[in-house]
Design a protein around this ligand. Structure first.
Ligand code: SF4
Length: 386
């Protein structure tokens, strides 16, 4: 089978935060007193240039500023990055440009400036509207500040924005989860990310675990949230992501569909299809912000650039693709991995037999059971040791 080029997006990582939240396993670091904004802008553009030969002539369909807390950066810096990107790659005229922002880390009128800079979607890390829950999560904002930030996003003219909420929080019950959800829905966000809090390795919460809601409460919360969001007109297009029609996150959707993305900035990962070499290349930038910044001296930003082994490709495709509710044409599998569908065996047979996937002609469908037991479904496609 021949690999063909999927859509391409660009991920830009800005790794600094006001402080580190105890549950966070992202590549985020406490910001120095003065953010190295100008150096970061220059380094990001130099970093991008390393990927250009591999993405020559391709159109970038979306840009995503993630972190960390990208809203710690001024609108002038974001504009300089976007101008520099526009001078180096071909950007689709309708490209979706998302910036992650945190209430408490952005002043009211900065959203207007971001919009003038070219950002057309804001993703706001609200997590909860309940002051007590926010304090346990170590967030720097309160519920009232979260509300003001959402109002500011709307009044700045963003008709496309996301609210991040977390659920199954320490001390939360079903009513508390619903109150958070209702508060978020009162702002009619086009997109809502609804993440279950999980304890990730190498976090403060993993070392000192808080008491989380019991399993029955978690199931009850999940059912109640799904019912409420569906009734409000949102589709659960990815395990934790809900959107009104046409408002799915373009960069994230491309990522889950096993599309290509350039990843620049400290610790960012990228994936680039190289049809001439019949390879899918994974890239990873230096993780520690100071070391990534120092790499500007000799442009040694890239810590790893390795082709994905054929044996891992099928698993990686399914790991991402099974997160989505939409049908999975096997033609996509062939085009994006360069593999024949026999590379999905025997996982495919097992998943169908267990009722986690269904097959209709040349299309796979994740069942409701498959969504509920996603980890089991994904594990069925793990490479088999020789
Ligand atoms: S604000 Fe977000 S990225 Fe920063 S430490 Fe908290 S959870 Fe992590």
């Amino acid at each position: 089978m021949a690999l063909t080029l999927p859509p391409l997006t660009l991920y830009i990582h800005l790794p600094w935060c006001v402080r580190k939240c105890p549950y966070c396993d992202f590549n985020s670091h406490v910001a120095p007193d003065t953010l190295p904004e100008a150096e970061t802008v220059a380094a990001l553009l130099a970093d991008l240039e390393l990927d250009l030969p591999r993405a020559w002539g391709r159109t970038v369909h979306a840009i995503f500023f993630g972190g960390g807390t990208p809203s710690l950066f001024s609108a002038a810096s974001i504009e300089a990055i976007l101008e520099g990107v526009g001078a180096r790659v071909r950007l689709a005229p309708d490209a979706e440009i998302t910036l992650e922002a945190n209430p408490g880390a952005v002043e009211h009128d900065r959203f207007e400036a971001y919009r003038s800079a070219g950002v057309n979607r804001i993703s706001l890390g609200v997590q909860s509207f309940d002051d007590e829950r926010l304090a346990v999560l170590g967030r720097i904002h309160g519920g009232e500040e979260a509300r003001r930030a959402i109002d500011a996003v709307s009044s700045a003219g963003f008709d496309n924005f996301n609210i991040d909420l977390m659920w199954a929080l320490p001390g939360q019950d079903v009513a508390g989860m619903q109150a958070d959800l209702d508060a978020a829905l009162s702002f009619a966000p086009p997109h809502l990310s609804h993440y279950q809090l999980t304890l990730e390795p190498n976090t403060v919460f993993a070392k000192h675990p808080p008491a989380l809601p019991d399993e029955d409460t978690v199931w009850a919360m999940q059912d109640a949230a799904a019912e409420r969001l569906a009734a409000a007109g949102y589709a659960n297009y990815e395990i934790s992501a809900w959107a009104r029609p046409g408002r799915e996150s373009r960069h994230n959707l491309n990522y889950w569909r096993f599309g290509d993305y350039l990843g620049i900035g400290a610790g960012a990962s990228g994936k680039i299809t190289l049809p001439a070499e019949q390879q899918v290349l994974r890239t990873r930038r230096r993780t520690i912000p100071a070391s990534w910044l120092r790499a500007a001296a000799d442009r040694s930003f890239i810590a790893e650039a390795e082709p994905v082994a054929a044996v891992d490709l099928a698993f990686e495709f399914m790991l991402n693709r099974t997160r989505l509710a939409e049908p999975m044409p096997l033609a996509d599998f062939r085009a994006r991995t360069g593999l024949d569908e026999s590379a999905l065996q025997p996982g495919l047979d097992r998943a169908i037999e267990a009722g986690l996937l269904e097959r209709r002609d040349d299309v796979l469908l994740r069942t409701e059971h498959g969504a509920q037991f996603l980890n089991d479904l994904q594990a069925m496609f793990l490479p088999v040791a020789d």
